[in-house]
Design a protein around this ligand. Structure first.
Ligand code: DLL
Length: 436
């Protein structure tokens, strides 16, 4: 089934034509409503009238996460606050989070894209669909929720946590679809096993998994343990949230909602546009967003694009799985974390030396972050060699990390001089998760 045949199956020429017209309009809109963009466009010597076709996009300046930070909180917002009906915030920035305001029109487009995606997964009005992404500032929960409602299926706003209760709900309500991170899906499967609930006791048949990298092996494992078909769901808050792209029944890369988000692949070093098939950094321009439209936003996600026809009938460009990042962002339990954020927490504590390691493992299918940090000599000498103060300090650092980054970390305080020093590039991060 296809939710919006006109938009999802239009010819490539029609799509290019539509994108060109929308690009012109959005450039005109930001030129008149966002001083940041007016300045950038003026500096580049571009007026909205210079943008005639979608190919003219290469003339436009890029936007980065740093631009969003520098203009915190609402500097890149184009619509007046009276038009904004929802605000989300992205994790993963040092200091200020990234704030994204949505107009009613934006929330409508978002729900439309989510309905396209859920329909492609085979969800209909007859389904009961559980949303186990976090509800709150994170876009996962509410983003998928509105899509399920738009489609007309019954949504169960389960959110994250309380996994045993969730398993009982899945079983008792006969839930047929679920959205969560792929690692949470595996955690759910394990909880079911512990509770003695088998895949035959539940009726799940479709899963919408994303917000973090995952692999074909994980797909097979989730499908086997939960007895469902597992689909990839990609998105990012700056552009909208879940469902910038989605897999169809072919499960051969993800269709981008290209009439709303125009994709490009660029070389992360030279920023030159790369042809389809090349691995590079994914860049999006929002073609219809009115709250906070972005021109050529650098996602830092590395992947490929292709525009060959898909047997499902959809004509939109497809993106491959995310192969990595062109920055050092880590995704731990679905939360975006920059090592620099952890460093700034450590450096803010007088007892801690600036020597630390970040070790990421996957235990029982959930990510575990261990932060090893050396204590400063003067504090060590002051009695940190006895067990209790070390435990106290570990607890304090863990609490600080939790409150600043919303992540739970195992903190291990180390004696001064015990962590290896590096002569070349420091290997501070040890990511033991197997993602291939
Ligand atoms: O993770 C939005 C989302 C919610 C997507 C629910 C899918 C499902 P952010 O918190 O802003 O937004 O994180 C965005 O997460 O740039 C990717 O690095 C990563 N990511 C998201 N989906 C996938 C995926 C949401 N399917 C960042 N595969 C992105 C790999 C993903 N990485």
């Amino acid at each position: 089934m296809i939710w919006n045949h006109t938009k999802e199956c239009m010819s490539r020429e029609q799509m290019r034509d539509l994108q060109g017209r929308r690009l012109h309009k959005i450039v005109e809109y930001v030129y008149h409503n966002v001083p940041f963009y007016r300045n950038k466009l003026q500096q580049a010597g571009i007026t909205p009238d210079d943008i005639e076709t979608i190919d003219d996009i290469v003339r436009l300046p890029f936007t980065t996460k740093q631009d969003l930070r520098d203009n915190y909180p609402f500097g890149l917002q184009a619509a007046p606050m009276s038009e904004i009906i929802r605000i989300h915030a992205s994790s993963g920035t040092t200091g200020n989070p990234t704030i994204v305001g949505y107009t009613r029109k934006d929330v409508g487009v978002w729900s439309e894209c989510m309905a396209r995606c859920l329909t492609a997964y085979g969800i209909s009005r007859d389904d009961i669909f559980s949303v186990a992404y976090g509800y709150g500032l994170f876009t996962g929960g509410l983003g998928v929720h509105y899509g399920v409602e738009n489609l007309g299926a019954a949504v169960v706003p389960a959110s994250t946590g309380n996994t045993e209760k969730h398993v009982r709900l899945l079983r008792d309500l006969g839930v047929t679809g679920i959205a969560c991170t792929p690692s949470y899906a595996l955690h759910l499967a394990e909880t079911m096993e512990r509770m003695g609930v088998s895949r035959n006791d539940i009726r799940l048949r479709v899963g919408a998994f994303g917000a973090e990298p995952w692999t074909e092996n994980m797909r097979r494992e989730i499908e086997d343990k939960l007895g469902l078909k597992a689909y990839n769901l990609y998105g990012l808050s700056e552009i909208m949230g879940p469902c910038v792209s989605y897999e169809c029944s072919e499960q051969d890369d993800s269709h981008i909602c290209e009439d709303h988000y125009f994709p490009e692949i660029v070389d992360p070093e030279t920023l030159e546009r790369r042809p389809n098939g090349d691995v590079g950094e994914l860049v999006f321009t929002t073609l219809t967003k009115t709250g906070m439209p972005l021109l050529r936003y650098r996602t830092r996600d590395l992947c490929t694009l292709r525009d060959d026809p898909c047997p499902c009938g959809r004509t939109a460009v497809r993106m491959g799985r995310i192969l990595g990042r062109s920055d050092d962002m880590l995704i731990i339990r679905g939360i975006n974390v920059f090592p620099s954020q952890i460093e700034s927490v450590i450096l803010s504590m007088p007892e801690c030396a600036p020597h630390y390691r970040l070790i990421i493992d996957r235990v029982d299918n959930l990510d575990r972050l261990t932060v090893q940090v050396e204590v400063r000599q003067e504090f060590w000498a002051n009695g940190f060699d006895t067990l209790t103060p070390i435990t106290d300090l570990e607890k304090t650092v863990a609490a600080r990390l939790r409150s600043v980054l919303s992540i739970n970390a195992v903190v291990q305080i180390k004696a001064p001089g015990t962590l290896e020093r590096f002569e070349g590039k420091a290997k501070i991060i040890q990511d033991n998760r197997k993602l291939d």
